[in-house]
Design a protein around this ligand. Sequence first.
Ligand SMILES: [Fe+2]
Length: 251
Amino acid sequence: MIPSWERYANDHFLNGIASLCLDPDRVPRIEEVNRFLCPLTGFQATPVKGYIPAFLFFDCLRNRRFPTTITIRDAARLDYLPEPDIFHDIAGHVPMHTDPAFAETLVRFGECAHTAASLVAGIRNEHERVARLTSIIRAMARFFWFTIEFGLMQSRNGLKAYGSGLLSSHGELEHSIQSPEVQRYPLQLEWAINQGFAIDTYQPLLFWVESFDHLFSLVDTLEHWMREGKLNNVAPGEPAVNETDLLSFIR
Ligand SMILES: [Fe+2]
């Protein structure tokens, strides 16, 4: 990945990967990663075996913990797999957590999950509560997808990737920057939260931000919109919100 990162990754990522001192020849232990990461932003990678419900995931971010998958992909599927593995999480996500502005953005996003839970807690009618929460979770998941997972950022040398889904896929990283098939637009919140996506193909639509301060301000706006009710009826479609995710917010 290193030559691709040097060409297509944003500088915050390149600084982050350097400061983690990862050995390119082996899978790291989580403790080794945290020894370098934690002093920088207080973030820690926390090992998990697989999927964790949405609220718990966002709550971990709020507490500067990043749930990190500890399985590694099969050698036959090196380029892309839809579910996370340790390469996606440690090489794709964790380098960004060394950046203070990005780290604050993730914490702020985690706080939004608490806002969502408290907003719907006051709704007596169960049908209405589930409908509203489903829409809010969908909006949050779409925002996360188009930023943290697949975001691009403007730089002096053009667009660069900061999304971990791009940074952990050799084929998609180049495709995301170079391919004329990809639509790349400045991130508009009202668009991203109403835009569905497929997880099993290269993304045909990507959004870029100016900086992580810009991204932070978008998370702030997302929370304001949530309080104003603007996330209560986003466009239906992907991603599906399952019952485990809903219950994680309600409980
Ligand atoms: Fe991810």
